[in-house]
Structures are given as structure tokens and as C-alpha cells.
Design a binder for this molecule. Sequence first.
Ligand SMILES: Nc1ncnc2c1ncn2[C@@H]1O[C@H](COP(=O)(O)OP(=O)(O)OP(=O)(O)O)[C@@H](O)[C@H]1O
Ligand SMILES: [Mg+2]
Length: 329
Amino acid sequence: MPLIEVSKLEKTFRIPRHHRGVLGTFRNLVTREYREVRAVDGISFTIQGGEMVACIGPNGAGKSTTIKMLTGILVPSGGEIEVCGLVPHRRRRQIAGRIGVVFGQRTQLWWDLPLVESLDLLGHIYRVPARRFRENLSEFRELLDLGPFLSTPVRQLSLGQRMRGDLAAALLHEPEIVYLDEPTIGLDVVAKHRIRDFLRRINRERGVTILLTTHDVGDIEQLCSRLLIIDHGRLLYDDALEKIRDRFGAERTLVVELADDRDGAEPLTVAHAREVRADGPRRWLRFNRSDTTAADLIASVAGRYRIRDISIDEPEIESIIRHIYEEGI
Ligand SMILES: Nc1ncnc2c1ncn2[C@@H]1O[C@H](COP(=O)(O)OP(=O)(O)OP(=O)(O)O)[C@@H](O)[C@H]1O
Ligand SMILES: [Mg+2]
């Protein structure tokens, strides 16, 4: 039995139409005109216990709306959801005990309380036995390095500190599932690394099922083996991260910096690649993964030209994802 089961899920928001000007104000008062936004438009997927899944998609794709329906905060307009065998919006209390949630853009901590008191309060709300609470807190304190700011009021925490506090808060009651909506947004590279380490660990050691949304390719590559891509409320892709390379990652670009530019504006000629851009000694060579490998291409470029530097243009997954966002699947 899957832990999370989503079938033909829909969410439509009705937004009042606004008319401008004096007459418009009058019209706003007497008519009730709405415009509909289909934020989620028939999404189906299942997630098994112990999986770590990334959900990505352009701004406004419907990711946060989907997460909110999974937590039970929002009621679907259509379709079905079961989480741990329960319908989230009908069983909000039971569900709350079994899931943890982090919204990167908001906090569930109390602004005016020191972090440790917020955590304490959550421990009571979720009725975490005192001993488990102490053990969890001490583990999270170490893994997330909470020590230096445990007694600081939440409003004084930096974004990275607050996010670590929120993570601890989401996991204190030992949920089976954690939903993370942009858990690394706005964080520096060290903080991101720490959070990714922590998530990998609770997934591996505690078997916590993780569904996260992100715009950070690093999160996807370093955390999740499975990827969901949502756009315009529809599921475009649901498969292994690796497979996306095979399906869409045909073209890559090698950037070559020539040691000397004596070759002038002459395009480089190498088998299985074509020069698509030149800027003095820097040349961009596009090639297809089905024709050659980066390693072979580098070898043949190095065999024909004196080169100073060589690199792959951008993280491969990032260019594939950009392509999918721009052109669809
Ligand atoms: N409470 C709401 N009322 C009306 N429209 C909403 C509401 N929440 C979301 N929407 C709309 O639903 C669509 C999906 O929004 P959602 O927040 O789910 O996107 P997202 O994929 O999380 O985007 P982002 O990457 O920017 O966070 C958008 O068009 C948004 O304007
Ligand atoms: Mg969002």
C-alpha cells in the first residue's frame, strides 16, 4: 500500500473580479463576478514509504497548492487523496500527528518565544513523551547545530537559523512523512549543505518519507532519486531523476578556452560536435550524447588544439529542466 495516494487531484480558486473606477466600484458591490484559477488540474501519483521525492515546476505551477492539500489545510475541488490511509482534510488532527511540514517562506514557530520554548510547546501540543522529546531535541540540536541560538527569540534568528529551527519543529513528534515547501530558499551554501545532510539522514535512519518542492537543482541532484515536474497544474513528469537525462538530455555544451587565439575566428572542427558560439579564445561546442561522450570529445579537442581550460556549460539537469519549462515535454 502506498503511503501517499493522489488521484486526479484538482484545485480551482475563485477570485473576485475587480473593476476599476467609480462605476467599477459600484459594479464590484452589486455583481459577484469571479474568475477561476485552476491551480491543480488533475494530478495523480503515489509515493511509497521511505521514498524521497522532489516536486519541481515554474512559479505558479501548483506545487504549494498540492502540498497544502496533502497536509489537509486546503480542500481539493476534485479528485482524491489518501495519506496514511486517511483523507487529509477530513482527518486533520490524525494526519497532523503523522506528518511534519516546513514552509520555507513561513514559520510555524512563535515569533516572540525563544526557539527552545517553541519546540517545548510543540512537544506538548503533539504529546511527545518527555524522554523521546529530550532524545530528539538533543539529536536535532547536534545535527542542525541549534545550540548557539536555542534561547534566542525566533524573530531575531537569521533565515538559515530559523529554517533549522523549523526543521527540528517539524520532526519532534516523529512523523512518518515530511512535506517541505522550498526548505532551502534563500540559504547560503553551508546552510543548504547542512539541511540536505539532515534530510538524507532522517530519511535513511528513521525511514521518514520526504516530499519536497524546490527551485534549487542542487536539492534535486543531491537528495532525490525521483522527480515530479508540475506545470500549469498538470504532472508533466514522474520518474527517476536519472531517466530524465536519457529522455531529454540529448544535447550538451562543452566550453573550450584556447591557449592562444591564433586560429582567429575560424570555428573549431571536431567530430560529433559543432561550434555554436565564439568569444575570442572561448568556444562553445554543442554535442549530442548519443553521438559521443564528454570525455571522448574533450580528448579529440585536446588532440587538435592547445587548450587552456575546458568545462561543461551548465549543470546538465538545470539545462534539461529549463528546456522542459520553456517548451513543455
Ligand atoms: N489562496 C489562493 N487564492 C487564489 N489563487 C491562488 C491561491 N493560492 C494559489 N493560487 C494560484 O494558484 C496557482 C498555483 O499557485 P502555487 O502557489 O501552488 O504555485 P507554486 O507552484 O507553489 O509556485 P512557486 O514556485 O512560485 O511557489 C497560481 O496561479 C496562484 O496564483
Ligand atoms: Mg510555492
